[in-house]
Design a protein. Structure first.
Length: 168
């Protein structure tokens, strides 16, 4: 890995689909390492599904060696059952990161959108466009959950860089 490079994994948790994006930043330039989704077997019990999220993220962390993680905060839903399942998926993702020694930064969806687009209520397609621009990818074909996870990772890198500038 290049000197001064930092690798971050961004996560958009869900009990059915968890998006992930692994990004490396070198000298302020972000580059895509890997992105995708973890799809859990909907016909299985919740414990099995959470185990799939945990295990797959553990494999990704081991393979790519991120030093930090960033995760989207739970979106408060009107449906308590959905919010609970989302929280459980988020917990499985955070546990996978913690057991591999990663600190986990948490970001509200509106903070991620404002960080990338400049508007906290930006539509998903604008966020996806900015993610592709930040990574220098033309015509990306990744799923929406993967794009959201990449947005969280890029937001974290931007926030991290800003904190370093302010502290120096």
């Amino acid at each position: 890995m290049s000197q001064g490079a930092v690798v971050v994994i961004g996560l958009d948790p869900g009990s059915r689909v968890t998006g992930y994006g692994i990004v490396r930043e070198v000298s302020g330039q972000a580059e895509l390492i890997e992105t995708g989704t973890i799809r859990t077997p909907v016909n299985k019990d919740m414990g099995t599904r959470l185990g799939v999220i945990y295990q797959r993220l553990a494999e990704l962390i081991t393979a790519h060696g991120p030093v930090e993680a960033a995760i989207e905060n739970v979106f408060v839903s009107k449906n308590p059952s959905s919010a609970l399942k989302l929280g459980q998926a988020r917990g499985a993702a955070m546990a996978a990161c913690a057991t591999h020694g990663l600190s986990v930064a948490e970001y509200e969806p509106s903070k991620v959108k404002k960080n990338l687009v400049g508007l906290g209520s930006a539509p998903k397609d604008q966020v996806a466009f900015m993610v592709a621009r930040c990574l220098g990818i033309k015509n990306p074909d990744w799923p929406e959950d993967a794009s959201d996870a990449l947005a969280v990772a890029i937001c974290h890198l931007n926030e991290r860089r800003m904190r370093r500038l302010i502290s120096s």
